[in-house]
Design a protein. Structure first.
Length: 532
């Protein structure tokens, strides 16, 4: 709201005097409804029927702001309050993976010069560093974080950065590829959290905010973004999860649930996994996807309903995987032709095509070509909606289906069974690349020889040089590159490579190693690198 002691500019109300059959009609424009009659009565008392308005007083009157201005100010204050309260609980998630280097078979590896001398191991494939990231949000003070499964899938290392720039190593508790929801844990206490809302209670047209923490490696740019828009639609089936799982030949593709919330709030790469919130600051969805031909925002953003994500999170925390309730039916959306054949009151519902082996729905009396139009009294209009409703139940629960069978309305009680377990495999610790060099900083050092000095472009062969930088190591992420000469480590002048290793070997996890480096042109560079 606008403070009472602030002059409201542009709030003067126009008085329109209309002469009609000798009667003066006074109309107050832009006033609140309860203020207009009083204003009209007072002015009617001082305006002659065919005269001129009285002289204005020496000091101008301060009139109330138009309702539209007050509404805009209130909306702006709501946005500011939401951003202030929710942003501290939004985190940056950076992941590190290794994939086969597509250039490994070329005559000269293009990463040879950049990362230093490759290891001489003809049997091991050359691996390419893949560093990506997204967003997430803290839902419990002891470090439980919700994000997208695709953000952390197959990650060998997860780094979580908070709003105050503290960083933690993240642990993948579990993920569900069929809903694209994952749970990550960091070991911390008394963290800021978000409040989870009710996505089923949302309405198309309501205001929403999309919040993300895309960052970039050193967290120096794009650390937080807040965008506004409206909820454009509910129940959007994109088939992106199903198509991705099918491309991976994952049998879980048939269990994919895609009942997205659609918004026109801007969602760009790096915001995946961040919260979509309502005007009360409650999270109603997880920002997940955009519809784009360029890879960037073009007006359509999509979020996983928080009611689906909450159910997945509870299962992961309790069981380590998702326990999916199962009807055991194959279904399609109802078409206009279906509605005519089965005498449906409207073109809505899902048509039962077939049953899986041991289907609980078939055992309960559901027939092929039945049309399911409601579950537990909630109307069903499409396949994704039915999948979402069933997924929010636990195996063993009993649901009541409203079915139309060639115009006959039936109610059938169906006990839900459990779908086959879909488990996201965590990367094997043994398969991860071992921390390289002293303290696992991803560095190798050597005493500078005349041959190396000529090769690297130094004028002399004195001191220590970095010969290799691990592509996903913590030193590389701080900008340390091969061919830098090491001048100091932790403020100690460096004489030889043995001294560097001795200093670094005494460091513990969480300590910071401070390097003073010099390039071939004589320029100096400081890098403060945290030990993994």
């Amino acid at each position: 709201m606008i403070p009472e002691n602030r002059t409201r500019i542009g709030a003067l109300t126009a008085v329109v005097v209309t002469l009609l059959l000798g009667i003066a009609v006074v109309v107050g424009a832009g006033l609140p409804h309860d203020a207009a009659p009083a204003r009209e009565a007072s002015e009617a008392a001082v305006l002659p029927a065919f005269g001129t308005p009285p002289a204005q007083p020496d000091s101008p009157q301060v009139m109330p702001a138009p309702a539209s201005a007050r509404d805009a100010a209130s909306l702006s204050e709501a946005f500011v309050s939401i951003a202030r309260n929710v942003t501290p609980a939004v985190v940056r998630i950076q992941t590190e993976r290794r994939i086969p280097d597509p250039h490994a078979n070329l005559p000269q590896n293009r990463f040879h010069d950049f990362f230093g001398q490759p290891r001489k191991d003809d049997d091991a494939p050359t691996m390419f560093p893949d560093i990506t990231g997204g967003s997430g949000f803290i839902v419990a003070k002891d470090g439980i974080i919700l994000t997208n499964n695709h953000v952390v899938h197959a990650a060998e290392k997860i780094t979580v950065s908070l709003w105050d720039k503290r960083t933690y190593e993240g642990e993948l508790v579990g993920g569900d590829p069929t809903t694209d929801v994952a749970v990550v844990r960091i070991h911390a206490k008394d963290l800021p959290t978000v409040q989870l809302g009710n996505s089923d209670a949302t309405n198309v047209g309501q205001w929403v905010l999309a919040i993300g923490n895309p960052g970039f490696q050193d967290m120096s740019t794009l650390d937080f973004t807040v965008t506004s828009g409206i909820l454009s639609a509910k129940g959007r089936p994109l088939n992106v999860i199903r198509d991705e799982l099918q491309a991976e030949r994952n049998p879980a593709a048939s269990y994919a649930i895609e009942d997205f919330l659609q918004t026109d709030a801007v969602i760009n790469p790096g915001n995946s996994g961040g919260p979509l919130v309502d005007l009360e600051g409650n999270v109603i969805g997880i920002n997940t996807a955009i519809a784009s031909q360029t890879g960037y925002y073009q007006g359509y953003g999509f979020a996983i309903p928080i009611n689906v994500a909450r159910r997945v999170m509870r299962d992961i925390l309790e069981h380590g995987h998702v326990r999916r309730a199962l009807l055991g039916i194959q279904i399609t959306d109802v078409t206009p032709e279906d509605a005519q054949v089965y005498s449906l009151p409207s073109i809505a519902g899902v048509l039962v095509q077939d049953f899986s082996s041991g289907s609980p729905a078939e055992k309960a009396g559901v027939h092929r070509q039945d049309v399911i139009v409601a579950v537990d009294g909630e109307p069903v209009s499409r396949v994704a909606q039915l999948q979402r409703i069933i997924a929010q139940n636990r195996p063993g629960a009993r649901v009541q289906l409203d079915v139309v069978r060639y115009g006959q309305h039936l109610k059938l009680a169906v006990p839900l069974t459990e779908a086959p377990v879909v488990v996201v495999e965590k990367p094997d610790a043994a398969a991860k690349s071992a921390p390289h060099g002293p303290s696992g900083l991803g560095l190798e050092f050597a005493d500078l020889t005349p041959t190396m000095a000529r090769q690297y472009g130094f004028d002399d062969a004195d001191g220590v040089v970095i010969t290799r930088v691990e592509p996903t190591g913590s030193a590389f992420l701080k900008g340390v590159l091969p061919r830098y000469r090491v001048v100091e480590v932790d403020r100690q002048q460096i004489r030889d490579a043995r001294q560097v290793r001795s200093i670094l070997d005494k460091l513990h996890s969480g300590d910071v190693a401070s390097f003073l480096l010099r390039d071939t042109q004589g320029g100096t560079f400081v890098a403060n690198v945290r030990v993994p």
